[in-house]
Design a protein around this ligand. Structure first.
Ligand code: NAI
Ligand code: SOE
Length: 388
C-alpha cells in the first residue's frame, strides 16, 4: 500500500485534530487509499515543534516551515497555522509540487485566496480546504435528501453559528481578534463554516446584506508565548490592547437559484458552545441540523400521511454517508475527530485518484468572496452582489 509523508505546519489546536486524523484514518477506512505518515512538523520555535512532534507522533521537527517545503521526501503539506501565513506557505508548497490541505478560512481576503487557487491550479497538485463540518454524516445525509429532490425546490436557508468563548471581556487577546493575522473576526472564523454549508446544500450565494458589531473593543494581552484561544481563561491586571475585528455578523442572503436565507454568527452568545445549525425549507419538506446534536438529522416530508406529519429524527449510522468506515451502531457518537478523519480520507482518496476533493481551494476562494462581501456590506449598509 502506498505511503504518503505529511509535513505539518503548526502544532496548535488544529495540529492536534489533523494529527489524530492521520493516525486514525486507516483504522476507520480500510483498505485506506494510502497510509499517511506523520513525517515532520514545523512550529515557530524548536521547543514548540519538538513538543508537538512528541505529542502528535511526528518523526521529525523543524523551527522553519521552509524546511518542510524543501524536503523532497514530503508529499503532503498540511497548513494549520493562523490565517495570515496560509497564502505564503500554500503557494510555496504548490510550487514545490506538494499536495496541500489548508485550514479555513483559506486566507484573510478573497484576493489572497485567489492567488492561492491560481498557484495550486498552475502546479496541478491536489488541494483541499478544511471545512470539516460538511463531512458530518448528518450534513452529508441532508445533501443526499436535497439531491434526490426529497424536499423539493429550496425556498430558504437559516444558518447560525453561535459560541460564547469570547463573551467575557477578560478573555485574552488571541490572534483571532487581530485583523492583521485573522483578517476578520466572526466573519472569517465561524460565519465561513455556515457559508460553506449553505453553498454545499443550497448553492452559490448571489448577494448579501449584513451588519457586524464589535462588543469588546480591547482585551488583556497574553505574555505566555503560546497564543491561547481564551475559552476558559480570564486575565486581569495586565495591559490591554485593541480588538480590530467583528464579534458578530448577521446577514440576509440571496442565492443564485432564487432561494433566500439568513445567517447569524457570534462568539459572544452566552450558553451557546458550538451551535452550528441550519434549517432548510423546500416545497416538499424541511431539514433541520444542529451540530451540538450532530448524530441527528430532523426531516419532515410534505407527502407524509396526514396523521403522521411532523419532524422525525434520524440517527446516523452505518446506513448513512461515511457509515461504512465509522461505528457499527447508530448514535454511538460522531465527534469532531470523526469529521477530521473523514476529511483526511477524502483528501487521500483524491490524491491517489489524481482529482480534486470537495471542498477544495476553489470552494475556499468562493467562500472568501462572500466573506469579503459581508464586511463590505456591513460598511456600506446595503446589498452587495457577489461576482466571481
Ligand atoms: P493555534 O493558535 O492553536 O495554533 C497555531 C499554531 O501554529 C501554533 O502552535 C503557532 O505557534 C503555530 N504557528 C504560527 N505561525 C507559524 C509559522 N509561521 N510557522 C509554523 N508554525 C506557526 O491555532 P488553531 O486554532 O490551531 O488555528 C489554526 C488554523 O485552523 C486557523 O486558520 C483557524 O482558523 C483554523 N481552525 C479551524 C477549525 C475548524 O473547525 N476547521 C478549528 C480551529 C481552527
Ligand atoms: C473558534 O471560534 C473556533 O475554534 C473556530 O476557529 C473554528 O473554526 C470552529 O470550528 C470552532 O471554533
Amino acid at each position: 500500500m502506498q505511503h504518503l509523508n505529511v509535513g505539518m505546519i503548526g502544532g496548535g489546536f488544529m495540529g492536534k485534530a489533523h494529527a489524530l486524523a492521520y493516525a486514525a484514518m486507516p483504522m476507520f477506512f480500510w483498505p485506506a487509499p494510502a497510509i499517511p505518515v506523520r513525517h515532520t512538523i514545523a512550529d515557530v520555535t524548536a521547543d514548540l515543534a519538538g513538543d508537538a512532534a512528541a505529542r502528535f507522533g511526528f518523526a521529525h521537527s523543524v523551527a522553519d516551515w521552509r524546511r518542510v517545503i524543501d524536503d523532497p521526501d514530503i508529499h503532503i503539506v498540511d497548513i494549520v497555522t493562523p490565517n495570515d501565513s496560509h497564502p505564503e506557505i500554500a503557494i510555496a508548497a504548490a510550487r514545490a509540487g506538494k499536495h496541500v490541505i489548508c485550514e479555513k478560512p483559506l486566507a484573510r481576503t478573497a484576493a489572497e485566496a485567489r492567488a492561492m487557487l491560481e498557484a495550486v491550479e498552475a502546479a496541478g497538485i491536489t488541494h483541499m480546504v478544511a471545512f470539516n463540518y460538511r463531512h458530518t454524516p448528518a450534513v452529508a445525509l441532508a445533501r443526499q435528501f436535497i439531491e434526490k429532490g426529497r424536499i423539493g425546490t429550496i425556498l430558504n436557508f437559516r444558518g447560525t453559528y453561535l459560541q460564547d468563548w469570547s463573551a467575557d471581556p477578560n478573555g485574552p487577546l488571541s490572534w483571532r481578534f487581530q485583523k492583521k493575522i485573522a483578517g476578520s473576526g466572526a466573519v472569517g472564523d465561524i460565519a465561513t463554516h455556515v457559508l460553506d454549508m449553505a453553498r454545499y446544500l443550497v448553492g452559490e450565494i448571489a448577494a448579501v446584506n449584513a451588519v457586524t458589531r464589535t462588543y469588546v473593543t480591547e482585551r488583556p494581552v497574553q505574555n505566555s508565548g503560546v497564543d491561547k484561544l481564551g475559552a476558559a481563561q480570564r486575565l486581569t491586571g495586565v495591559p490591554k490592547a485593541a480588538v480590530d475585528v467583528d464579534d458578530e455578523v448577521m446577514t440576509l442572503l440571496r442565492f443564485k437559484d432564487g432561494a433566500v436565507g439568513s445567517l447569524e454568527a457570534t462568539r459572544n452568545a452566552y450558553g451557546r458552545n458550538n451551535y452550528l445549525t441550519f434549517e432548510i425549507h423546500g416545497t416538499g419538506g424541511s431539514i433541520v441540523f444542529n451540530y451540538e446534536r450532530r448524530d441527528e438529522l430532523q426531516v419532515m416530508f410534505a407527502d407524509d400521511p396526514a396523521d403522521r406529519r411532523g419532524f422525525r429524527t434520524i440517527y446516523t449510522g452505518p446506513a448513512h454517508p461515511f457509515g461504512e468506515g465509522l461505528w457499527p451502531i447508530p448514535a454511538l457518537g460522531i465527534g469532531y475527530g470523526e469529521t477530521k478523519i473523514i476529511e483526511c480520507h477524502l483528501f487521500l482518496q483524491a490524491i491517489v485518484q489524481g482529482r480534486q476533493p470537495s471542498p477544495n481551494f476553489r470552494d475556499g476562494w468562493l467562500t472568501s468572496l462572500v466573506a469579503d462581501a459581508l464586511l463590505r456590506s456591513a460598511e456600506s449598509g446595503g446589498w452587495i452582489d457577489i461576482v466571481p
